[in-house]
Design a protein around this ligand. Structure first.
Ligand SMILES: Cc1cc2nc3c(=O)[nH]c(=O)nc-3n(C[C@H](O)[C@H](O)[C@H](O)COP(=O)(O)OP(=O)(O)OC[C@H]3O[C@@H](n4cnc5c(N)ncnc54)[C@H](O)[C@@H]3O)c2cc1C
Length: 683
């Protein structure tokens, strides 16, 4: 059977419905495999459900004829409700999930059972006595007529009382079956493509003005140089390929200069402290370095091809054979230096690919990039007059490197290394006298006991006011960070003798080090992206405690913390609690917490309501113990930003984000829509 044999309800006719059907069928086949039937195990794996009991409950809801297998038709009917169903139909599914014995009501045991399974499903750790307490509070709040059981109307009323949860469930219900997200958003998107396109362009301009201006100016300068090189070559009678090759060579000179400028990290950190970030996109210097690098590689290719065409045209079997032509070339200074430059550039470019860097070959990228030290002198040899172009940026670069070398030689000492939840290692070390940093800045670190040569960047999580201590939080993601975590796990006796030795250099500026200039900063940290904000918040806390709270310029600081894993809140839980409890900061700091790792909203509805009810009763959050309630969903940025905007009418609002790239795209669009400034941290 396939979708063309299924009679699909003609509720919403048109292309969309048919596309959905094919998507649903594809999803069915993905879960079912070759036999075109889904059993419980396949459903559990397909929906990535952790709890077998829960999977069996969901299975029974879909398997209408109770045959023990889900057919394509049953799957489509269920999926259709999730995609096209009314809010009531969707709620009915959740209610039925709770109604274990199918008698049309949910009693106390059924509710606590589902709650328990739901906590297990989402790997949320709550002691059994707390689960029972949660069940009691929740049951009493839903069973409003006190009948001892919950009917559908009572259940619906309890969800209605939580509009954000309801909206989330209705909007994202297609994701319950892991159907492609576009099915859910198709309807919303239809007919808006032109508006979306123009809106997107406007947003890009508003968010990225300094960046776009920098790219435009750079592009214009390169075109001008290219043209100048061609005109000059034409004036001396060169053929077209040579003109093009020389045009490219002229533009390459500027690229070489810009490559060096984009590496002046110390200078940019200094300039950032004078507010340069408002006009120059210093946060995006790594991106700029990449763009210029690609352009340089392309221009070099044009230059090489141009000359190959020219040399090929010189070949004449009677006078200049290929061997003669190319032999002459390779023997000349311009020839051998050019060939060596092209080889080095190819190596640097090939190993700098994102796919190489992210595939555990960061070392290869790092080492080939060191060839840069040969590339620049060779460029000076190859291109007459290039030395004058790079004299100033080259001198600054050399000074920065010298400074780095001197500082990087003096070791500091690790005082404490502790494994934290969610694969994070906390490092505390003696802070060198010279390390004068601002909250939000980062340092480069080398620990010989982990790796003799590798340097890695990490944001400082302690406050600059802690004069003796420097703290970092390191998430294990690859070789180096994992080895560091292993070191933390080992007993002192099993560690290498010199394990405490650490080399530091920096500090380097980051977008979040600019928050002091903002009356309404909104800090959004996702996962380990919390680190730049930890230092900022600690500084606010320590200064407020010692009678120096933030000045009147700061209207309110918002801190939005997103984690996929409950345990991750332990990294800075004590800091958050202290901030919440300090009377001086009442109304000045607004902390909000989201646990976003819930896999299937279908299984989290009653848990979300339970958490809200518990919070109302206890005044503290069940998971974090904070006054702020943990939201078990994904943030609705429209609601959050609307509320912030309404509260600070007329004030400039700036969002600072550190976390995965995907969320950054969403946030930058939302910020442009609301007229907020947007700065993101590049990890
Ligand atoms: C400015 C900045 C601040 C950072 N702050 C923190 C922080 O506070 N806490 C934290 O846990 N992580 C932070 N990171 C990320 C951290 O540097 C990387 O996770 C770490 O270097 C990975 O090394 P690895 O060998 O374990 O992993 P790999 O598997 O080698 O790499 C994992 C990822 O990290 C990148 N990476 C690897 N080595 C380096 C390096 N030497 N320099 C830059 N990127 C590298 C790779 O491109 C890859 O995408 C920060 C990164 C930057 C750029």
């Amino acid at each position: 059977m396939n979708v063309d044999d299924v009679e699909y309800p003609k509720k919403r006719p048109g292309q969309g419905a048919m596309t959905h059907l094919h998507d649903i069928e594809a999803r069915f086949k993905e879960i079912a495999g070759d036999d075109d039937r889904i059993d419980v195990g396949e459903l559990q794996r397909g929906l990535d459900l952790h709890d077998a009991d829960y999977a069996a409950r969901v299975f029974r809801l879909i398997d209408e004829d109770k045959s023990g297998e889900i057919s394509l038709w049953e799957f489509i009917r269920f999926a259709r409700v999730l995609v096209e169903g009314t809010p009531e139909e969707k709620l009915r599914i959740i209610f039925n999930l709770h109604d274990l014995n199918g008698d049309g009501t949910v009693d106390f045991e059924e509710l606590t059972h589902i709650l328990d399974r739901s906590l297990n499903e989402h790997s949320i750790d709550v002691p059994p006595e707390k689960v029972a307490q949660l069940g009691r509070v929740l049951f009493a709040s839903i069973d409003t007529d006190g009948s001892g059981s919950i009917d559908f109307e009572e259940f619906q009323a309890s969800i209605d009382a939580h509009p954000s949860l309801k909206a989330q469930m209705i909007d994202r219900s297609s994701t319950w079956l892991r159907l492609p997200e576009r099915i859910a958003s198709d309807r919303r998107r239809r007919g808006r493509s032109f508006r979306a396109l123009f809106g997107g362009l406007r947003r890009a301009w508003e968010n990225e003005r300094p960046w776009l201006i920098l790219l435009t100016v750079t592009g214009a300068a390169l075109i001008w140089l290219f043209e100048r090189g061609m005109v000059r070559e034409a004036a001396i009678g060169s053929d077209l390929p040579t003109q093009i090759a020389q045009g490219a060579a002229e533009a390459v000179k500027l690229c070489g200069v810009l490559m060096i400028v984009s590496m002046l990290r110390h200078s940019f950190t200094l300039l950032r402290r004078f507010g340069i970030a408002r006009i120059l996109p210093v946060d995006r210097m790594i991106d700029y370095h990449r763009v210029v690098g690609h352009t340089l590689a392309f221009l070099a290719l044009v230059h090489v091809v141009g000359y190959i065409v020219t040399y090929e045209s010189l070949i004449d079997p009677d006078f200049f054979t290929r061997d003669v032509v190319y032999g002459e070339l390779f023997r000349s200074q311009v020839g051998w230096s050019g060939v060596t430059l092209a080889t080095i550039l190819l190596l640097i470019w090939a190993f700098a690919r994102e796919s190489v860097r992210r595939s555990g070959m960061f070392e290869a990228f790092y080492l080939t990039h060191r060839l840069f030290w040969a590339f620049l002198p060779l460029l000076i040899v190859h291109v007459p007059g290039f030395a004058a172009w790079i004299a100033v940026p080259g001198a600054i670069f050399l000074m920065e490197q010298g400074h780095r070398l001197i500082r990087g030689r003096k070791p500091s000492e690790i005082d404490d290394i502790t494994p934290m939840p969610s694969n994070v290692t906390r490092l505390r070390m003696k802070r060198p006298d010279w390390l004068d940093f601002k909250p939000g800045e980062y340092v480069q670190l080398r620990i010989p006991a982990v790796s003799k040569r590798e340097w890695h960047p990490f944001t400082v999580t302690s406050s600059p006011d802690e004069k003796d201590c420097l703290e970092l939080h390191v998430r294990s993601v690859g070789n180096w960070t994992r080895k560091l975590n292993e070191l933390a796990m080992r007993d002192e006796a099993a560690r290498a003798e010199n394990w405490r030795r650490v080399y530091l250099e920096g500090p380097y500026g980051s977008p979040s080090s600019d928050i002091n200039d903002c009356p309404v900063p909104v800090l959004i940290g996702a996962g380990i992206g919390v680190t730049p904000f930890a230092s900022i918040l600690k500084t606010v806390l320590e200064r407020s405690k010692s009678g120096n709270p933030p000045g009147e310029d700061l209207q309110r600081l918002y801190f939005i913390w997103l984690n996929r894993d409950q345990k991750a809140f332990e990294w800075f839980g004590a800091l958050m609690a202290a901030l919440e409890d300090l009377p001086e900061l009442k109304g000045r700091i607004d902390i909000r917490v989201w646990l976003t790792g819930l896999k299937a909203e279908l299984t989290s509805a009653s848990l979300t309501v339970a958490m809200e009810v518990y919070h109302e009763a206890a005044g503290r959050d069940l998971l974090t113990g904070l006054r702020t309630r943990t939201e078990l969903s994904r943030p609705n940025w429209n609601t959050i930003f609307s509320e912030i905007k309404a509260r600070h009418e007329g004030a400039p609002i700036d969002v600072f984000y550190c976390g995965p790239e995907g969320l950054s795209t969403v946030l930058s669009q939302e910020c442009a829509r609301f007229g907020f400034g947007y700065r993101k941290e590049n990890f």
